[in-house]
Design a binder for this molecule. Structure first.
Ligand code: NDP
Length: 267
């Protein structure tokens, strides 16, 4: 089997924020299996170390040990909401691992509560984690990518970049704003050879959504409203990421690609 050269990203270096578990971990695995050197990020160094070991083992089992060299998985523990930590973290990654070709801004959180009960502290926390983080990490990576004249940035948006539902207004606000930040980054950094796009997952089974998956009424609502008739898996997002990170998408920028089993089209 041959792969079209437009989709060849082997040898690139990619940082995926929030990849100690869930969607970020699956996206990092996809990049690794495509031949990239990957850098995992999260706040807890021990958890990251375990995630890196799991990734190397799983990818080797799937693609064969020859395809995954052990030097291909790295970790960088830093809090994406803290400017100085982000600046130090990106500088350290570039020095230790090499120039970043691909950045995936994936770290995020969700806090479901009626808007009337949402506290100031929770508001600032969700804004920092889901939106400010993409600005901080994106700016730091783009400072270097613009100098080199190329780079791919993918911001993990959401179905909620398009629609809000009860109890999720602050989350929807951050993801809607992330969509616009994606377009703004595309406008500012496009002239320097950087493409910035969004990837918008639908309902995906992860630790973040576990309470919703376990709520049978809600779970049945998701299945019923999704044309594909099921919850998504983190692996469902990998193909779209590999496309957006590849030369096949060199003239695609400022877009959000929804991977949601069709849900955004029918809600
Ligand atoms: P998880 O809660 O399973 O994982 C979140 C990841 O983000 C963890 O690796 C966590 O690492 C990391 N993280 C959180 N805060 C920080 C921080 N301040 N600094 C560094 N890392 C951080 O979430 P998912 O995998 O489900 O979601 C990933 C992304 O996808 C999020 O942006 C989410 O909004 C988005 N998304 C998810 C959907 C879903 O249905 N699951 C649907 C649409 C979008 P650690 O705790 O170790 O620091």
């Amino acid at each position: 089997m041959t792969t079209h050269p437009l989709f060849d990203i082997a040898g690139r270096t990619a940082l995926v924020t929030g990849s100690s578990r869930g969607i970020g971990h699956a996206l990092a695995r996809g990049l690794l299996e495509a031949g990239c050197t990957v850098v995992l990020n999260g706040r807890d160094p021990e958890r990251l170390k375990a995630a890196a070991a799991e990734l190397t083992e799983a990818a080797a089992a799937q693609a064969g040990p020859a395809a995954v060299h052990t030097a291909a998985v790295h970790t960088a523990a830093f809090d994406v909401t803290d400017g100085p930590s982000v600046a130090a973290g990106i500088a350290e990654v570039e020095e230790r691992v090499g120039p970043l070709d691909i950045l995936v801004n994936n770290a995020g959180m969700q806090n479901r509560a009626p808007l009337l009960e949402f506290t100031d502290a929770d508001w600032h926390r969700i804004l920092d984690t889901n939106l400010t983080s993409a600005f901080l990490v994106g700016r730091e990576a783009a400072r270097r990518m613009t100098e080199r004249g190329h780079g791919k940035i993918v911001n993990i948006c959401s179905l909620q970049s398009e629609v809000a539902r009860p109890g999720i207004a602050p989350y929807a606000a951050t993801k809607g704003a992330l969509k616009m930040l994606t377009k703004g980054m595309c406008a500012d950094w496009g002239p320097y050879g950087i493409q910035v796009n969004g990837l918008g997952p639908g309902y995906i089974e992860t630790e973040l959504t576990r309470p919703l998956v376990e709520d049978e009424k809600f779970s049945a609502w998701v299945r019923g409203r999704t044309p594909a008739g099921r919850w998504g898996r983190a692996e469902d997002l990998v193909g779209a990421l590999l496309y957006l990170a590849s030369p096949a998408a060199d003239f695609v920028s400022g877009q959000v690609l929804y991977v949601d089993g069709g849900m955004t089209s029918v809600l």
